[in-house]
Design a protein around this ligand. Structure first.
Ligand code: ITT
Length: 198
């Protein structure tokens, strides 16, 4: 997996657990991340990361580019979600900045969605991509301790909980990343069935 984000590693490893694959992250391979996320879309950045690290390692590589789009902020922070409060900002700093930007926004206008694009690239040059979206509302204060990133602020009205108040399985069942991984597993199945050499 072309990531050093431990939250992503946990969630994707769990979602792929039924497949006969071993998932290793850049951190486990001792690779310091160096691919610059210069794309203006989640798709461009996911393909950029998967291609870069597949070429570098000679392994099949899955990259996740994801982020939060807030309607009242015209889709921000979007592809800049990880760096919203600065290049080396922590999750807590990004959450504080989001709360500040939305300080004058009424609850009914705090709608938002998480996007996740996955890109798979293998040494044969195969490229598969999928996506997932999760709709919610940004709260006025954090709730819950699970998940990562903006999860404590991201409230799902139908469940009356934030993503940080869900178990890992519950988040996976409804999240942008859970959907993108399930779509990728379906694509893997079709692709490897069609290209089986037996
Ligand atoms: P890699 O590039 O190493 O994968 P990253 O954290 O820099 O890690 P992105 O550029 O894709 O990854 O930024 C995604 C950011 O969007 C992430 O850091 C969180 O702030 C936010 N995000 C994405 N998915 C999330 C989720 O499920 N829950 C909460 N925040 C999420």
């Amino acid at each position: 997996m072309a990531t050093t984000n431990q939250g992503k590693v946990r969630e994707i490893t769990m979602a792929l657990s039924a497949l006969p694959v071993k998932v290793v992250s850049l951190t486990e391979l001792g690779i310091v991340p160096e691919a610059k996320e210069t794309g203006e879309t989640f798709l461009a950045n996911a393909v950029l990361k998967a291609t870069h690290y597949s070429l570098m390692t000679g392994k099949a590589c899955l990259a996740d580019d994801s982020g939060l789009a807030v309607d009242a902020l015209k889709g921000e922070p979007g592809v800049y979600s990880a760096r919203y409060a600065g290049e080396k900002a922590t999750d807590a700093e990004c959450n504080q900045k989001l709360l500040k930007e939305l300080a004058d926004t009424f609850p009914e206008n705090r709608t938002a969605r998480f996007h996740c694009v996955l890109a798979y690239v293998d040494p044969d040059g195969t490229l598969l991509t999928t996506e997932g979206v999760c709709e919610g509302v940004i709260l006025q204060e954090e709730r819950g301790t699970g998940g990562f990133g903006y999860d404590p602020l991201f409230y799902i009205p139908a469940l009356e909980k934030t993503l940080a108040e869900l178990s890992a399985d519950e988040k996976n069942a409804i999240s942008h990343r859970g959907q993108a991984v399930r779509n990728m597993v379906a694509k893997f199945k079709r692709y490897f069935d069609e290209n089986r050499c037996d």
